[in-house]
Design a protein around this ligand. Structure first.
Ligand SMILES: [Zn+2]
Length: 138
């Protein structure tokens, strides 16, 4: 943006402070001063800070995204393990129930056999005694 000298009205380049013809110092209007204060000083600092903040936020976001991904993977893995354990538990509960049932059946048979054995012993004893009695009678 070129500027016009207030003394000789020469158009000077933006990067020179003194007029190239009469060497009068560049005159800044109030608006130009305001623009210079706002633009070259404040905004680059703010945008610089923002740039840094943005980088920080971006880094944090990346880190959190990675962590989130990891956590989701862990969660998936744990869910799978839970499912496997549930299946394992169900299968074994079934097996355990079957074993319990079989044990009960065997226990019943065992008791029945004991009772039968007792009855048989009594019958044999009775017959033996009867035979002894018969033998004595004769
Ligand atoms: Zn001039």
């Amino acid at each position: 943006m070129a500027w016009t000298c207030i003394n000789c009205e020469t158009n000077n380049a933006d990067n020179v402070i003194h007029c190239q013809v009469c060497s009068v110092e560049r005159y800044f209007s109030w608006n130009e001063v305001n623009l210079l204060i706002k633009k070259p000083s404040d905004i680059p600092i703010i945008s610089g800070v923002n740039q840094q903040e943005l980088k920080k936020i971006e880094t944090n976001l990346k880190r959190f995204t990675t962590e989130n991904k990891k956590l989701r993977e862990n969660n998936k893995e744990l869910n799978q393990k839970m499912k496997d354990l549930q299946i394992f538990h169900d299968t074994h509960t079934h097996t355990l129930e079957n074993l319990q049932h079989e044990t009960n059946e065997l226990s019943k048979w065992n008791t029945m056999l004991k009772v039968w054995l007792g009855i048989m012993v009594l019958i044999v004893l009775f017959l033996f005694l009867a035979k002894v009695n018969i033998a004595i009678d004769f």
